[in-house]
Write a new protein. Structure first.
Length: 107
């Protein structure tokens, strides 16, 4: 059974990242507001911006949690399938972290 990691874009421009085994049903739940406590409930309508399938729940879970930790810039590069841009962002983030560490130790 495939597992899907998906990103719908909400009406307010934000992104939600989720995992499911039935992408069509899950998107319908988001769109109809099946769960009033869901992030997307007050941000409808939503439209699917990206999806990928995985052969195991573990792989999908890891991908979902990785993407959830990404910046908006990195998610938008993913939506465009721009892996070169994702790598550029990662390098820039790494340089920024290293600069903060140096500043912290220099103080």
């Amino acid at each position: 059974m495939p597992y899907f990691v998906y990103i719908p874009q909400c009406a307010d421009g934000s992104y939600y990242t989720g995992i499911t085994t039935d992408l069509t049903a899950r998107l319908t739940e988001h769109e109809t507001g099946a769960d009033p406590k869901a992030y997307t409930f007050n941000r409808r309508p939503v439209k699917l911006a990206w999806q990928d399938s995985f052969s195991s729940q573990d792989e999908a879970f890891r991908a979902e949690h990785q993407i959830k930790g990404w910046s908006r810039k990195k998610k938008e590069a993913l939506l465009q399938n721009d892996w070169a841009r994702i790598h550029e962002i990662v390098k820039a983030e790494r340089k920024e972290r290293e600069a903060r560490k140096r500043t912290k130790f220099d103080s």
